[in-house]
Design a protein around this ligand. Sequence first.
Ligand code: FAD
Length: 376
Amino acid sequence: MSRTVFRDDHLTFQSQVQRFILQEILPHYEQWEQSGVTPRDLWRKAGDNGLLNCAIPEPWGAGGDFGHSAIVIETIARANCLGIGFSIHSDMVAPYIMRLGTSAQKDRWLPRMTSGESIGAIALTEPDAGSDLKAIRTRAKPAGSHYVLNGQKTFITNGVNADIVLVLASTHPEMGARGLSMLVVERGMKGFEQGQPLRKLGQHAQDTCELFFDNVEVPADNLLGIENAGFSYVTEELAQERLSIALRAAANLEGMIEETIEYVSQRKAFGRRVLDFQNTRFTLADAIAQSTMLRSFLDDCLERHMHGKLDATSAAIAKLNATELQGRLLDSLQQLFGGYGYMAECGIARAWADARALRLLGGTSEIMREIIGKSV
Ligand SMILES: Cc1cc2nc3c(=O)[nH]c(=O)nc-3n(C[C@H](O)[C@H](O)[C@H](O)COP(=O)(O)OP(=O)(O)OC[C@H]3O[C@@H](n4cnc5c(N)ncnc54)[C@H](O)[C@@H]3O)c2cc1C
C-alpha cells in the first residue's frame, strides 16, 4: 500500500535507520536477548546517527517531527526488534521534559539524551498499582529544598540502563490523584536502586526492572511542571504513547507477513509449496486485508498527531486494534511455519512472544475499551 503520510526527508531518514539496524542492531540482537539488556554504547551510536529525540526541537533534540520518530519506531519494529527501548526514551520521557521543563531543566537533561549519553525511563507502575494509577503509594514528602522519596516501581523499561527516571509519586496523599507529582530521579542519588532485568516471556533484549527508593533526597529543582499536577500530565502524554505502540504493532505485523510469505514460498509439503495450499493463501489474504485496513487508520492518526489533532479516543482505538490484531494474526501466521515456528531462533516465534506485551503496556486492552466506551 502506498503511503502519503511521510515526506521525502522522512523517507531519506528511513534508509539511514535501515542501515543502522543492519549494521548496529541485527548482528548483535541475539546476544542482547541472552544478556537481557541492550548495551549503553548502542545508545551513543543511535544518538550519533540522529535516531534519538527525533521530534524534540533543536538545540535540545534532533530537530525533526513526529514523522521522524514514527520512522524509527516502525523500522525497528519491522525488523522484529521490539526489545529496543528507544521509543520510551524519545517519545515519552523527552516530551515530558520538553513540555514541562524549565529552560535550565531542558539544558540539563535533553542534549545528553539526544546524544545517547543519558538514557531515560518513566516509572508509573507499582507492584500494587498499574491500570489504576490513582492508587500508587510511592511517596515524595516535601521537605523544603528537596523531596524525600520512598517506594517501589516495577516493570520499568530501560530501568537498568536509565540515567534519569521520571517518577510519578504522591506528594500529598490526602488529595488522592490530585496530589501526585512528577519528579526526575537521577542515577547515583543516594537511596535509589535499580534492580536486575526481570525474566520475561518476550522482549528479552529490553531491560525491564524494578526500581527502589529508600529516603532518596530529590532536589526541588527536579520537580517537573507544578506540584500535584502529575496525574493530568500523564493523561495528556498518553495519546502519543499509545499511537507509538500501535505503530510498533502494525509495522511488526507487516514485517512478519513478509517473512511468512518468504518461508511458505520455499517450504514444501506433499510435493507442493506450502504457499500453494488454499489454507495458506487464505490465511495470508486475511492478514494482508486486515493489516492494510489497520495501516490506513494509523496513517490517519499519525497525520492528525503531526498536526496536534490526535484525540485520546482515536489513540485508544489505534492501540486496541493494532495490538489485538497483531496478536491474533501472528498466531495464525506462526501456524504456517509448522514446528519451526515454535523454535526460539525463528523470527515469528520471537515476534509472537514479544507482541504479547503490547496488549498490556501503555494501558491494557480493557482500559482502551473503557476509554472508547466512555466516549459513547
Ligand atoms: C514489557 C513491559 C514493559 C513495561 N514498561 C513500563 C514502563 O516503562 N513504565 C511503567 O510505568 N510501566 C510499564 N509497564 C507496566 C504496564 O504499563 C502495566 O503492566 C499495565 O498498565 C497494567 O497494569 P498491571 O500490570 O498492574 O495490571 P492490573 O492493573 O492489575 O490489571 C490486571 C487485569 O485487570 C484488568 N483491569 C484493570 N482495570 C480494569 C478496568 N477498569 N476494567 C476492566 N479490566 C480492568 C486489566 O486489563 C488486566 O487484564 C510495562 C509492562 C510490561 C509487560
